[in-house]
Ligand binder design. Structure first.
Ligand code: BGC
Length: 474
């Protein structure tokens, strides 16, 4: 921790960039988290049933898929910085649109537009932060985005709880998102372009100016030469380049991380946290309050991840976190075992135990590691496209899981729903163990060179220091 603080002091400029860029993460968290507390009131206010409710949740998630695709092009064409500024403006317009929606269709359209911004910010923020960060703190800086996602979720829960007695409260819940949206747009005017994007555009002098804020004078030229070298070796930027064999292997890892992140059921807990607690015997009002505790645990977990990721490494955190999620889900399933009366006898604080453990493990594992790894493993030239592909998979599975969760609990029971998630988590552990490389302590260019040499994704090649299980110096 002391070492991290020293590094942060040395890298104050990059830390400031991470804080401003991660406002996008905050909005991602807020806008996805706020809906769980708002739904019961929208139901009453606009008179909709569970079908309409599913679409209010789902429209944002579908919008996020479309937003990620559009931004895969924008992030290259107009830069990461201006893409995020655009996302900030869309956040503001769509938050106001949701707040003033006269009917459910308008609300769904506004939430879809909001999704465009959420899908954009979800991957452009970690990409932009990672591209600014020196290797020694890249993990912490990029994980800061997840820390802000979880803060956004927490603030959303607090807003839901605080506003529960007010008239038109759900309109305020949605409308509040406009404030950080404005902050994001203004912040993006102030921050510099990514030095790696500048090099791609042939703007070396400007890139040197940006690096001068965070690197020693004698480090700048070497880093710029290294970036130019990797940019020079890969000219192709189209989808065909993304599907070239070496990158394809990484794409499989990125997309698998994306899908596993969702199919172990995280958003079942995030969006339906109050509902799960309700199953466990809490009243609707009490469970909104308890959801705040869940938000705090979630946030603390991401904070711990941020502090240790550059020391512990990506792989150990991913493995330990996912094993922990798997075990917590198994226990949660028992808690909901139908017909035993267990769920009623132990309703209360015990029901919270496995849910809290699950969140903690998710936040030190798959939560931040997915976004961090996809910001690290892909070559610069095709990074926006490859990251967008993983991001689309993530939002699509987020949509499927959230849309079908309630149906699933009805058809196979709550116990088996959680055990199904546990089964997916067990598969995830095996996949990560066999396929996910360690990237700690390497510059993005060293990682890219390893990809070119076919050394990054091959588990057997331990000698490169980039194969699974290896540990580069932080
Ligand atoms: C996931 C979201 C999830 C959040 C919870 C993110 O990494 O992509 O789907 O809601 O973590 O903290």
């Amino acid at each position: 921790m002391g070492a991290l603080l020293k590094e942060l002091r040395r890298n104050r400029f990059v830390a400031m960039i991470a804080i401003l860029a991660a406002l996008g993460g905050f909005l991602f968290g807020y806008d996805t988290g706020v809906v769980s507390g708002a739904l019961p009131y929208i139901g009453k206010g606009l008179g909709i049933g569970s079908f309409g409710e599913s679409w209010i949740v789902g429209s944002l998630l579908l919008g996020a898929c479309v937003g990620a695709v559009i931004s895969s092009w924008l992030a290259d064409a107009i830069s990461r910085k201006w893409t995020k500024l655009l996302a900030g403006c869309v956040y503001v317009a769509a938050a106001l649109g949701s707040a003033f929606a006269p009917d459910v269709v308008t609300l769904c359209v506004a939430r879809f537009v909001l999704g465009l911004a959420v899908g954009t910010a979800s991957f452009v923020a970690p990409m932009y932060i990672a591209e600014h960060s020196p290797r020694s703190v890249r993990g912490a800086m990029t994980t800061f985005n997840q820390f802000m996602i979880t803060l956004g979720i927490l603030i959303a829960y607090v807003a839901d709880f605080a506003l529960k007695g007010f008239a038109h409260n759900w309109r305020w819940m949605f409308g509040f998102g406009a404030v950080p949206g404005v902050a994001l747009a203004v912040a993006m005017v102030l921050v510099p372009h990514s030095p790696r994007w500048l090099i791609e555009q042939g703007r070396r002098r400007e890139a040197a100016g940006v690096l001068a804020h965070s690197r020693q004078p004698d480090e700048i030229d070497a880093e710029l030469d290294e970036i130019e070298e990797v940019v020079g070796t890969q000219r192709a930027t189209g989808w065909r380049a993304v599907l070239a064999p070496r990158v394809r292997a990484l794409l499989v890892i990125g997309v698998a991380l994306a899908i596993f992140q969702q199919i172990i059921g995280i958003n079942t807990v995030i969006y339906f946290g109050a509902t799960i607690l309700h199953y466990a015997g809490y009243s609707t009002n009490a469970s909104l309050g308890e959801a705040v505790y869940l938000g705090i645990i979630n946030w603390v977990g991401a904070g711990v991840a941020l502090l240790i990721v550059d020391r512990v490494g990506r792989r150990p955190m991913l493995l330990i976190g996912t094993i922990g999620c798997c075990l917590s889900l198994i226990v949660l399933g028992f808690f909901f075992l139908e017909g035993t009366g267990f769920e009623h006898r132990h309703a209360g604080i015990m029901g919270l135990g496995p849910v809290m453990a699950y969140l903690l493990f998710f936040e030190i594992g798959l939560g931040p590691m997915f976004w961090l790894l996809i910001a690290e493993i892909f070559p610069l030239r095709i990074k926006p496209k490859a990251m967008a592909a993983a991001t689309v998979a993530n939002w699509l599975f987020n949509f499927l899981i959230s849309y079908f969760f309630l149906d699933l609990t009805k058809s196979i029971g709550k116990d088996w729903t959680f055990w199904l998630y546990a089964g997916f988590a067990a598969c995830a552990v095996a996949f990560f163990f066999l396929r996910v490389p360690e990237t700690r302590g390497r510059s993005l260019e060293e990682i890219e060179r390893a990809v070119r040499e076919g050394a990054l994704a091959a588990p057997a090649k331990r000698s490169t220091g980039l194969a699974p299980g290896s540990s580069g110096a932080a």
